[in-house]
Design a protein around this ligand. Sequence first.
Ligand code: LIP
Length: 280
Amino acid sequence: MAAMSDSHPDNSASSSIDRDELLSLARAVAAESAQYASRHRPQGRVEVHSTKSSATDVVTHLDRECEDLIRGRILDARPDDGFIGEEGEPTPHSSGVTWIVDPIDGTVNFVYGLPDSAVSIAASLHGRIEIGVVVNISTGEEYFAQRGGGSFYANQHGGVRLKSEGTDQLSHALIGTGFHYTLGIREHQAQAVARLLSHVRDIRRTGSAALDLCRLAHSKLDGYVEQGLKPWDLAAGSLIAEEAGIILAGLGVEPDERLVIAAPGALAEEFFALVRSLGF
Ligand code: LIP
């Protein structure tokens, strides 16, 4: 994933950071926050607290409460770290570590009571994502990864290391995607996806980029394309996908807010060329 803007790594600082500790902290806090969101979610639809980029880009009180919980737990444990969350103001680091957090990714699903919403927590070291955790709020399913250490799926029955496998035939590929909250961008995306549909098996639009990227890592999708993702949508899921063997890119080499495309090696070259030709 594109490095978060940051100064040149200080090797001594980098070597003193315990990545296992970052991952353990992220897993504990993500599990706690997912349980908090699940337990405090009222029956029926969740009341919208406010909106952001458009009338459909909603925020609930639980988005804010969960981000406050995550920020508090992490900065209590690591007060010199930076924090970038979807709902609050960013804070700088003096340690080299910055946390990138979406407290509820798939907020609209959470409001409606649909199953695909997740806590997404990642930590970068001098701008490079080093650990990532995604926990499904409805099911408690957990995805996590450490750079160079592989990615894993765990549920109440146990865990498994993820190695993505899928079709090498584009016409048999199941592609995850999503749409922007801004009407003009959505219209453009809808036209591009309509063109994509005639080349692939089908698309799935679940409403959570973090879970889409985890499902790609888990071979539950064959590819993924989306425009307009924020760093907190992308950070943890991109590392979980990369560590499972998924290739990520954008219009150029790096995935970014303009475009994220992702697929296993057997499909990546053909899928990426097609997406870039369809006007995404
Ligand atoms: C969501 C993304 C999803 C996108 C939605 C929304 P949020 O993030 O995870 O991929 O299609 O429009 O942006 O707003 O639920 O945190």
